[in-house]
Design a protein around this ligand. Structure first.
Ligand SMILES: [Zn+2]
Length: 335
């Protein structure tokens, strides 16, 4: 099966009433781990790369590893998505490379740091929509600003200072014609999302529901939605790490989101924690080892286990065989 458009996966998810996890990758082991988790759970999957990941792995390596994934896992509908494109030009390079979905994050200026104007966001997103849809490629946009910083991208604000305004979201969708909308409801990127278990004061699920009620047919996206389980933090700290206590987004809140229009859920931190914990354990227990396979193999297995859990929790498990891929040319005709 070739790489498929994200729009098709999200449309199917909306029909089936489930969500699809989007997992960030940087290297071969992470791609292998997430494809294995998708096979184990029979899940369609979104694999995404940030600008930092594209720089780290180099686009050609990343793209060809993803082609290998489609050859080795032909039964899994797989999307290659650009996470947080900072400019029209960045989205263009991803489309030219063969990504089947891009995020134009115009909520920030091209520096990836300062919140932009609504007019700039509409204009940049609209340009990417025109360019991408002509090729059948999906576009995710963002309105409001997420908290935190990831790979140098983000305003570094707390998650609550630029929440998505529901009426502005309606206007934004109408003016841009995008496929999926990332909203700010109090979540942040990175490990340190909440300093205690989030409540209705810090994670604004009511705001999400209000947006869904105004835009019932738009696929919503939750960013910064790792659950940061204590068990993963504990493994790292048990083997010499020094993580401060932190809380992520509880799975039941994500499931409430899925009941209210959330179709894509970004998960990155949990997988990073799993990989680091597994590597630390090998280093700590067997310091004489030096073959990278001795620690990358358990790291890959840990990512597979931690990646499979949300696939089941979000409901995408079991849906890999539901549909045949729609060719991108056909997707382009449908827009
Ligand atoms: Zn994000």
């Amino acid at each position: 099966m070739p790489l498929v458009s994200m729009r098709q996966l999200l449309d199917e998810a909306a029909k089936g009433g489930y969500g699809v996890g989007a997992f960030n990758v940087n290297d071969m082991e992470q791609i292998q781990a997430i494809m294995e988790a998708a096979r184990e759970t029979k899940s369609p999957v979104i694999v995404q790369a940030s600008r930092g990941a594209r720089q780290y792995s180099q686009d050609n390596f990343l793209y060809h590893l993803m082609l290998a994934a489609t050859e080795l896992y032909p039964e899994i509908p797989t999307v290659l998505h650009l996470d947080h494109g900072n400019s029209v030009e960045t989205c263009k390079t991803a489309i030219d490379m063969g990504f089947t979905s891009v995020m134009m994050d115009g909520s920030l200026n091209p520096d990836g740091k300062t919140p932009s104007t609504f007019e700039y966001n509409v204009d940049a997103t609209r340009q990417v929509v025109e360019m991408a849809h002509a090729k059948g490629i999906t576009v995710e946009g963002e309105i409001g600003c997420l908290g935190g910083i990831e790979d140098g991208h983000g305003a570094g604000l707390d998650g609550l200072s630029h929440l998505t305004d529901p009426d502005q979201a309606v206007e934004f969708v109408k003016l841009t014609g995008l496929d999926a909308l990332a909203i700010a409801i109090g979540t942040s990127h990175g490990a340190y999302k909440f300093s205690s278990k989030p409540t209705g004061e810090t994670l604004k699920m009511a705001r999400l529901i209000e947006i869904h009620n105004k835009l019932p047919n738009v696929h919503l996206v939750m960013h910064g939605s790792s659950s940061v389980p204590k068990a993963l933090q504990d493994i790292i700290n048990q083997y010499g790490g020094k993580l401060k206590p932190t809380w992520g987004v509880p799975v039941e809140e994500i499931q409430l989101g899925i009941k209210n229009g959330v179709r894509k859920i970004n998960v990155d931190t949990d997988n990073r924690l799993a990989i680091t914990g597994a590597i630390r354990k090998v280093f700590w227990e067997t310091p004489e080892k030096f073959d990278p396979r001795d620690y990358l193999t358990p790291a890959r297995e840990a990512f597979t286990t931690v990646g499979a859990a949300p696939m089941t929790q979000f409901g995408q498990a079991g849906h890999a065989g539901d549909y045949a891929p729609i060719p991108l040319e056909e997707m382009a005709r449908r827009y």
